[in-house]
Every structure is written in C-alpha cells, then in structure tokens.
Design a protein around this ligand. Structure first.
Ligand SMILES: Cc1cc2nc3c(=O)[nH]c(=O)nc-3n(C[C@H](O)[C@H](O)[C@H](O)COP(=O)(O)OP(=O)(O)OC[C@H]3O[C@@H](n4cnc5c(N)ncnc54)[C@H](O)[C@@H]3O)c2cc1C
Length: 407
C-alpha cells in the first residue's frame, strides 16, 4: 500500500494532523496501538483542555470544530492571583478581559477531553467515506524502516505501507523518537497534577481563575453545562487543575467527596457558592521534557513525543496543535512547490518553525512554577512587582493576552 504520510499515534495531535492533511488532499495512514472504537461513548471523565484561538482554527480546518463547538465553553475573563491556602487572595491580582485584547475574541474554549476524543474517533472511523485519503489501523503495532528514498511502515497483521514521511505522535514515551537516537532532556517536578470536575451552585460567568499557592498553582476553568446523568446533570460545572507536592496530593486524592469539597473551597474562595466534586479524579506525576531534534531521515516528531511542559498555563496540547499547524503548512507548501515533502530540507523548516518556540514555552512555564510555587518573601515581592507592572503597562498586558490566545 502507498500513502503520502504515515502517522504513528492517533492521540489528539496525531489524529488532528491526519484530518488536517486529508482535508488538504494528502493520502494518510494512521496507526495506534489502542483501538479507537471503544472510546466512542466514554463515561464522564472530568478532564478538559483549554483550546486557544489558534488551536480552534486548526480544529476548524481539520473539520472537527463543528462537532466540538456546541459542548465547548468560551473563556471570557482570566483572573490571576497569589495567596495562601485558607487566606484571602493578595490585593494584587491580574484581571484579563477578552474585550481588552486586539480581536476581542474569547481567550480560549474549554473542551472536554472525551468530546475531542469522540470527534476525532468519529472523523477517523468515518474517514473512509468522508475523507477518502485516510486509512486507520487500530489496534495495531507498527514497525518502521526509513532511508533517504522513503519509509515503509509494517503494520502487524496488516499491510506494509510505503510513504514519503513518517510522523511520530505516540506521546511522551515515543518509541520512534528513541529508535532514531534522538536524545531527550527531562526535568522532574516533585509535584502531582490533580484533574477533575466540580459542580457548583453559582454560575462561573466564563471566568477562569489561576490561583498561585506556595505548593503549586490551583486553576478553575469554566465548562459548559452538563446533561450527563452520571453526574446528576449540572448547570454550573468547572474543571479543576490543581498542583500539589506529591505527598500532599496522595492525601488529598484519598479524601471523601465532602472533605475534598472543603479543601477545594479553601483554595477557591466563595465566588462559586457550594462546590461538589463530580466524576473521576485523575492524577499525573509532573515532569517536563524536550527532544534535542524534531526530525530524522523521513521522520518528523510532534506533540508530546517532542515536548512535555508543566500544566501551569494549560498549554501542552496547544503546543502540539501548533506543531500540527507548522508541519501541515510546511508539507502543503512543499508539495505545491513540487518539492519532496519528506526530504531533509522541508523537515528542517518544520523544526525551525517549532523547536525554539516550544523551548521558550517550556522555559516560561518552568520559570512561572518556580517563581509562584514558593513562600520565600523575596520571591513574593518579585511576584507582586511583576503583577503590578503588568497592570500598569497595557501593551505588556495585551502581549500576555495574545500569548494565552496562541497568536
Ligand atoms: C495534569 C495535566 C493537565 C493538562 N491540561 C492541559 C490543558 O488544559 N490544555 C492543554 O493544551 N494541554 C493540557 N495538558 C497536556 C495534554 O494532555 C497533552 O499535551 C496531550 O495529550 C498530548 O497529545 P499527543 O497526541 O501528543 O499525545 P498523547 O495524548 O499521549 O497520545 C499518544 C497516542 O499514541 C498512541 N501510542 C502510544 N504508543 C504507541 C505505539 N508504540 N504505537 C502506536 N501508537 C502508540 C497512544 O495510544 C495515544 O493514542 C495537560 C497535561 C497534564 C499532565
């Protein structure tokens, strides 16, 4: 079998790239070791992504946004504050109103992880009819042979696929990246990211809150009303992304719902009324990583296979989506110009477009975590000076807003 591109990993990044390239007329094979179909009607799982404006445009170009939009929740305001557990937030806080930004569009949209999964699976499974260029192999293992002239992907129990380019999108432990001998720098945080949803008695008014506490950031992100019977239906729902030191997180995750609700209220404050945790509680040992190269012979590495960052700014998937935009645009331009789109020169353009930008975001999120996850009085003063500086400098404030929107 022959295709233009073969993608290994049908997660949000690999799956979206497949849809985007197919929309642009490329023939694409995509292989995942996990079956896609059992995830089509997943239970309420309480995880959500903040999709920046740039990522939303990509999802529209990939034909996925119409399915996602009805269940998404626009973020219209962001409040960043600094404090201690159980105390009022510092008087100095930052309030970002989307109307102050250049285009007055929302900062982003909260989308349930399962909604993105359902939309992707539906698009990929229906691809044979709707997007004739897409071939899905899942569950299946792939063995890849690459050389200067092209690559062959041997799908276990399936065909040998000859292609011009292989894309590694298998997430943080990417076997294709490791087989290519691409080194990775890793940084461990002694922190756990806890992720779950809460239902609350008062509306969130589309406000996202990032509250910096000495043990790590605590974020509340507005979500659309849920009719899900599993959580008893709820008009007012938010996602919580809460970072704690590992030992403390283990104790928090073991609390019953009533005690967990009290701990949430101590960090959140009273603005959402009474709060009740709903759905499953997720936890992740936090670390950051970055691949030293994003390319090898006939290979491009994208998404979490290339980089992983602290979730402090909710930008991990958005970075992966920006890789998809850059790689798709580079391949489309190369094909239009009659170039070999899997060749080294074309892949070097993709790496130039993304590696520096991703490294800057990794450094920024790492720096923010170190600056804010500390009770050191000197660092608290630096934070307060920084917050009031951003308040006084509207251009700096707008620059932050553009960054949050993924522009
Ligand atoms: C606590 C936390 C909160 C987060 N919150 C946000 C947020 O609010 N906003 C945001 O933008 N990002 C967020 N992120 C980051 C986001 O979850 C990741 O960036 C995103 O899932 C990466 O997508 P991916 O497709 O690159 O990789 P993955 O989601 O890891 O998908 C990889 C795919 O490859 C498949 N695979 C693996 N190995 C193989 C193999 N050998 N062969 C074939 N297939 C294989 C897997 O089955 C899977 O389908 C958060 C992360 C954490 C830890």
């Amino acid at each position: 079998m022959q295709t233009d591109v073969c993608i290994v990993g049908a997660g949000p990044v690999g799956g979206t790239l497949a849809c985007r390239l197919a929309q642009a007329g490329f023939s694409v094979a995509i292989v995942d070791r996990v079956a896609l179909s059992p995830m089509e009607h997943p239970a309420f799982d309480g995880r959500a992504y903040a999709i920046a404006a740039g990522s939303r445009r990509l999802l529209a170009d990939a034909g996925l946004w119409p399915e996602l939009e009805p269940a998404s929740c626009p973020i219209l305001d962001i409040r960043v504050s600094d404090g201690r557990v159980g105390q009022r937030a510092s008087q100095l806080f930052l309030h970002f109103d989307h109307r102050e930004a250049d285009a007055a569009e929302p900062f982003g949209w909260m989308v349930e992880a399962r909604a993105l999964r359902v939309a992707l699976n539906a698009a990929l499974n229906a691809a044979r009819g709707r997007l004739p260029g897409v071939h899905v192999f899942a569950p299946a293992e792939a063995a890849v042979v690459r050389n200067e002239d092209g690559a062959t992907v041997h799908v276990a129990g399936g065909p040998a696929i000859e292609c011009r380019l292989v894309v590694a999108a298998e997430g943080r432990n990417s076997p294709l990246r490791d087989q290519a001998g691409i080194a990775v720098t890793r940084m461990e945080y002694d922190q756990t990211g806890m992720v779950f949803a809460v239902a609350h008695s008062r509306p969130h008014h589309n406000l996202a809150l990032e509250h910096f506490l000495p043990s790590g950031p605590f974020a509340q992100l507005p979500m659309a009303a849920s009719a899900d019977a599993e959580i008893g239906g709820a008009d007012n729902v938010s996602a919580i992304v809460w970072t704690e030191r590992r030992d403390m997180a283990a104790r928090i995750l073991a609390l019953d719902d009533a005690r967990l609700a009290r701990e949430i209220a101590r960090r959140l404050g009273p603005h959402l009324g009474t709060v009740r945790p709903v759905g499953r509680r997720w936890s992740y040992a936090l670390s950051a990583m970055h691949a030293h190269r994003y390319t090898d012979t006939r290979l491009a590495v994208i998404g979490d296979a290339a980089h992983g960052i602290h979730p402090i700014a909710g930008q991990g998937l958005n970075l992966g989506f920006r890789d998809v935009i850059a790689l798709a645009d580079t391949l489309i331009d190369a094909r239009t110009a009659g170039e070999d789109f899997g060749g080294a020169g074309v892949l070097a353009r993709y790496q130039r477009a993304r590696r520096g930008a991703n490294l800057s975001m990794l450094a920024a999120t790492d720096g923010l975590d170190r600056l804010f996850s500390s009770d050191n009085p000197a660092l608290r003063t630096v934070r307060d000076i920084g917050i009031s500086a951003v308040h006084r400098l509207p251009r700096l404030k707008r620059a932050f807003m553009r960054q949050a929107m993924g522009k």
